[in-house]
Design a protein around this ligand. Sequence first.
Ligand code: H79
Length: 471
Amino acid sequence: MKHPLRLTACLLLAACFLPFVSHGEEKYELKYGAQRTEKRDDEAMRRFRDHRVGAFIHWGLYSMAGGEWKGKIYPGAAEWLKAWAKVPSDEWLAQMDRWNPTGFDAREWARMMKAAGFRYVKITTKHHEGFCLWPSATTPYTVANTPCGRDLLGELVKAFNDEGLDVHFYFSVMDWSNPDYRTQLNCREDSTAFERFKRFTEAQLRELATRYPSVKDFWFDGTWDASVKGNGAWTLQLENMLKDLVPGVTVNSRLRADERGSRHFDSNGRLMGDYESGYERRLPDPVRDLQVTLRDWEACMTVPENQWGYHKDWSLSYVKPPVEVLRRVVHAVSMGGNMAVNFGPDGTGRFRQEEKELADWLGNWMRHNGEAIYGCGYAGFEKADWGYYTRKGDTVYMIVFNQPFGARLRVKTPAGTAVRGASLIDGTPVGFMETARDEYNVNTVESSEPYVIRLTVDAGSAEGKYRDALT
Ligand code: H79
């Protein structure tokens, strides 16, 4: 009788300690996996994180077609039109003869993005189609060989920087214009071609990093094919090359694979690159996925369901109204992430009316309430059904999207955190009352738009006293 009991006790004890023992130990010895175990936390990384909200801009040859090829409208993502309509590369790239964005004014774009409250802009330097917005020496498929002829990327970098906005470069590794690109490496010929492709990619990135040294971030895409996954060492080499060329530059996780083919997170579960970039058109669950609050991440979103490049028909899918865009921005920040909101100007270089209105609306909201977004992060409060919390030190912001039926907003604080004050952004006091241990009621505010209540909290306090400060 004794033995089985002892065995059970031993097993139980072992089970208790197992997580502690295995934690921190690497299952695999990796050379090309994560390069650090903690969050990156230098000045450049904090700058990236504190900005919290940026614009994404997709602009390329696909912006001229707008989802239509030979009279047929394709409802899929406009920047993938070449694939949907099965257009051969030479025919697709022949559109360069018509690339002449007469309505383009970099300073106007920069003023618009600045006024919208964005702190940085991610620009497609080259999307899957392979057309370069800068005059690259590596390929004929660039702005230099169009009727326009100008360095459009250079104009954008200058204009955004002049407005005080950081510029991030989107770069697709997958390139439909280069016959050396391979999705898989099945034979020697594939491998030889892909080696050439790797040199080509390196040269393009070297150009970008040296021509535009004010670039703050590289956001890689088109890295999901077996050819790239099987070249984990190379992805790390690219990351290191960019970091050598541009001190402080940040790089997203999507570039990276380790030597075992794991992407974003290495085979030991550690994040590669500087921040997670897997939240594309989706967001973490505020109840189940709280581990994302421990790392840096950036989500990105489209305004229609899935259109990044300009599509002429936005009636094909649900288009998020500005308040829904804001909700996603706030959701991301409330979970310690950034959000990049996409814009797809057309082939003439103009933004559609809906995007201008969105930028105006967001800008107006951010001018009044940006304090609750910039430099803020996860508050550590339980999810509330009226909206989201963000936090900066001992200031917690309630961003109210859903007015409750009653006149009170329920706030559950983490154990021992007391609310000391509540006010609107302009300083007007808001009534609140402690209703139970670690629970408060805060008065609602009449508002036709999402609004912010600023709480001052005392995280070091023991349980507070009931207070009757309701007005
Ligand atoms: O630039 C925007 C999109 O065009 C790009 N990323 C954003 C920022 C993007 N392209 N594809 N995707 C996102 C999703 C990837 C889908 C894939 Fe597939 C699944 C690629 C390979 C498998 C679908 C099926 C597309 C090709 C085959």
